[in-house]
Design a protein around this ligand. Sequence first.
Ligand code: ADP
Ligand code: TRP
Length: 312
Amino acid sequence: MQRLFTGLQPSGALHIGNYFAALKPMIELSQEFPDSMLMVADYHALTSLKDAAELRANIIEVGRDFLAAGVDPQTSIIFKQSDVPDHTELAWIFQTLVSVPFLQQAHAYKDKVAKGLEANAGLFAYPMLMAADILLYDSDIVPVGADQRQHVEYAREAAAKFNHAYGETFKEPRERILDAIATVPGTDGKKMSKSYGNTIPLFGSKDEIAKAVMSIVTDSSGDKPENVYAIHKLFRHGESLENLYAEHKGSYKTLKEALIEDIDALVAPMRARHEAITDEEVKLILVKGGERARERAQTKMAAVREVIGVAI
Ligand code: ADP
Ligand code: TRP
C-alpha cells in the first residue's frame, strides 16, 4: 500500500494550476490508495501572510475548495498543519542535520526573495518543514507541480541524512509531476500563482473566469494563441482540441470564448457544491482530520525521540 501526501498553502483562492497539479491527482489516485492525506499548509503560509483574519478565512476557504473539488474526507484525511505540532518539532530536528549552504540553494527561496518577499528565517527553513510534513507519515508519493520538485528532493535528502545519523527511520518519497501539467501558465504567460495576480480562479463565477480568460496575453505572430492553447489543453484533448484550433485559426476571440465554456463546464458542478458547504462543516472535517493525523504523527515522533536520545 502506497501513501499519497500533498499540501497547499492557504495564501489565497485556489486556481486551476493548483487543481490540475495537486488536487485532481489526489482525487483520482485516492480511489486506488485510500489512505491519502491532504494538508492545509497554514504554517507555510505564515512565512508570507501576517494578517490573522485573512489567514483564518483562507484556511476555511481552502478546506472548502478541497471538498468541493471532490476530495472524500472518508477515504482521505483532510487536516491543517498547525493542528499537528509534531510537524514543527520534526522540522527543527531536520534543521540541525542540513547545512545553511544546502538551504541557500533552494530555487523557491531565491525566487521569493528576488520578488521582494521578506527573507525571514521561516522562509529560509521552509523546505525542512515541508520535509517533516511528508516524512512524518511515511508518505510514498507526493503529487505537486514542477515548482515543488526540488522541495521533494530536499525531503529525500532530509530522510537520508537522518537515516545516516540515527539508523533507518524514514522512507524516501517520490514526487509525482505530470508532464502536461508541470507548469500551468497564468494570464500573463508566466507561471500561474496565487501571489502574482495572474490566475484563473478555480471557484470563480463565470464572469470572473471570462474576465481572466479575456485578459490572457496573446502573441500575434502565429495562428495559435500559445498561452490560450496551453490552458485549453487541460480542459479539451486530442482531436477535439486540434480541430477547434484548426477551424478557428487566428480567431483569438472565438478560441477564448470556447475556453471560457470549457472551463465553466468543468467548474460549474464544483462551484455549486462549493456554495453549499458551510464553514461549520469545513471546521468539523479539519478537526476530525487533525485527530487522525495526530495519532499517526505521534507514533512516528515517539520513535524519532527515542533514536535521537531525547526520550530518557
Ligand atoms: P501558488 O504558487 O499558487 O501559491 P502553492 O505554492 O500553494 O501555489 O502550490 C500548491 C500546489 O499547486 C503545488 O503542488 C504547486 O506545485 C502547484 N502549482 C502552483 N502553481 C502551479 C502552476 N502554475 N502550474 C502547475 N502547478 C502549480
Ligand atoms: N510548499 C508547497 C507549495 O507551496 C505546499 C506544501 C507544504 C506541500 N507542505 C507540503 C506540498 C507537503 C507537498 C507536500 O506548493
